[in-house]
Ligand binder design. Structure first.
Ligand SMILES: *Cc1c(COP(=O)(O)O)cnc(C)c1O
Length: 508
């Protein structure tokens, strides 16, 4: 008895739990945090402690993507059994990806592009959203939840389609996606409004991404609605990048990229690399930061912004200020003024202080800005922020195509531009991985216009064929599909009507 009791205490001290960035007393297991998405107090779930990799880098270098995924995710989702987690991984990283490598590293211009766009919607969101539905339904089972799970998501373009594709026809779920009607690319919109599946709903709003995101957050924190939903047998969850079920699968590909560089003899075990991440909501780059905290040798996190350069200003000055003009750019998935996942970094550099974090987040809500202390700022030495103008993005795409015949999308081009600026300023020659977040086919018109402005007169699908000719890369299935697909969703609403639209869809 004694030993059993001791063992139990020892086991529970070994496991991690999740707490809110705004209240230390809000605690959840991994599966509960996945189900909830956002903490009830509006904070984000963070681990009680960041787990350390328990395999050596050399061992990791011998593993496949799926095996690395297991080694990383088991440490974060430690209330999942081995069988449950492996089952989720098997269902996610299968033939939906057009390469068994899942996330290939491509060398161009002396840098490594980590292509995260080989999933079914050809953007990096697939990396996490192909597994989230399985993590979520497994979490529901583990916690004896009988309610139908309603995924509510605001998207700046790519999350929406990736979430729709991930959840379409997954039993026990419905998914409702809000997107800024005039703030996504034509192909992004076409991809969403042609989505099949009886449980999928797509709604355009007359407002920008931040308005959509705020609307969704308000619906989540509406206690009366929650009760009403519960009575009708529904409960909300989030597929947005604030869900740890999104964040954790994104840590995997940084570990995998490192393991490939090691396996290929590009670096020695323990040698540091830099990562460059085209950033919007701060989820992807935060995952790389967590990877480093797990023990992955990363030197610099190069945070690339487009003309919505709130993060660049933040890293320069320590002041986060969203009070500025919102710019529509050719990298719409990064047109964001409130980077939600930054809250997790703020919490960490505040010494895991929910009190300090809450103070700053309240200031953000009330005045649209906050300033971190100099002590907090000192902890950001590994971060380098910069931004790319639209003209610079165009030039980067054109130059890389002309020199290397490698065509990147507009988001990845923001990263490549910022990396050039970093190298010019620092002369740092460290081996560098650029997160390549979308296929150029997803932003064909912008990409082709950047290569040659005379393409302007061509139709969308003529451009697709021309891109195929120039790049020699086969047209992805995701694009072939929408050539002829019928529009299945045409609801548009004002931002203050979002809750009513949700209630109408659910019939409550
Ligand atoms: C979502 C997205 C980003 C931004 O990623 P965050 O995790 O939100 O910072 C960058 N590029 C593309 C193509 C995206 O879809």
């Amino acid at each position: 008895m004694l030993i059993a009791g001791y063992r139990k205490a020892w086991l529970s001290s070994m496991s991690i739990y999740y707490k809110s960035t705004r209240d230390d007393n809000v605690k959840a297991t991994a599966s509960q945090a996945i189900l909830k998405g956002l903490a009830p107090d509006g904070g984000l779930f963070v681990p009680s402690e960041i787990p350390a990799l328990d395999k050596s880098l050399e061992e990791l270098a011998t593993l496949s993507y799926k095996e690395v995924a297991y080694e990383v995710m088991k440490l974060w989702l430690d209330d999942f059994t081995e069988e449950e987690l492996k089952n989720c991984i098997e269902k996610a990283y299968d033939a939906k990806f057009d390469t068994t490598e899942i996330a290939p590293l491509v060398k161009a211009d002396n840098t490594f592009f980590l292509e995260l766009f080989h999933g079914q919607t050809i953007a990096f969101k697939d990396m996490a959203l192909s597994i989230l539905p399985h993590l979520l339904t497994t979490s529901a089972k583990k916690n004896h939840i009988d309610n139908e799970i309603v995924i509510l998501t605001a998207t700046s373009g790519d999350t929406g389609k990736a979430a729709l594709a991930g959840f379409a026809d997954v039993k026990g779920t419905k998914i409702i996606v809000f997107y800024p009607k005039n703030g996504v690319s034509p192909i992004q919109e076409k991809q969403m409004i042609t989505q099949k599946g009886d449980n999928t709903y797509v709604v355009g709003i007359n407002g920008n991404f931040d308005a959509a995101q705020t609307g969704v957050k308000n619906i989540f924190s509406d206690k009366a609605l929650e009760e009403q939903m519960n009575k009708a047998g529904f409960q909300f969850s989030s597929a947005n990048s604030i869900n740890i079920g999104r964040l954790v699968p994104q840590i995997v590909y940084y570990v995998y990229a490192y393991s490939r560089l090691l396996a290929d003899g590009v670096i020695k075990a323990g040698e540091k690399i830099n990562v460059v991440v085209p950033t919007g909501n701060f989820g992807n780059i935060l995952a790389s930061f967590y990877a480093k905290n797990m023990g992955l040798p990363i030197a610099k996190f190069i945070c690339a912004s487009n003309e919505n350069k709130v993060l660049y200003d933040f890293f320069e000055t320590g002041e986060y200020d969203r009070n500025r003009e919102f710019v529509l750019t050719t990298s719409p998935s990064m047109d964001i003024l409130i980077s939600s996942n930054l809250e997790r970094l703020i919490y960490k550099i505040a010494g895991n202080s929910a009190v300090k974090n809450t103070e700053l987040m309240s200031a953000l809500k009330e005045s649209g800005k906050y300033t971190i202390t100099s002590q907090m700022k000192e902890q950001l030495v590994d971060f380098y922020g910069n931004y790319a103008t639209e003209a610079e993005v165009a030039d980067t795409i054109k130059t890389l195509y002309e020199n290397e015949k490698y065509i990147i999308d507009t988001h990845t081009a923001v990263a490549a531009t910022v990396y050039e600026k970093y190298k010019t300023q620092t002369k740092d020659e460290t081996t560098t991985v650029i997160a390549s977040t979308a296929s150029p086919y997803k932003f064909t018109r912008s990409v082709m216009n950047d290569i040659d402005s005379s393409y302007e007169t061509m139709g969308d699908f003529e451009l697709v064929d021309e891109l195929c000719r120039l790049s020699g890369v086969k047209v992805p299935q995701a694009i072939e599909e929408i050539r002829t697909a019928p529009v299945l969703h045409d609801t548009v609403c004002e931002t203050n009507e979002m809750s009513a639209v949700v209630q109408k869809i659910l019939g409550i």
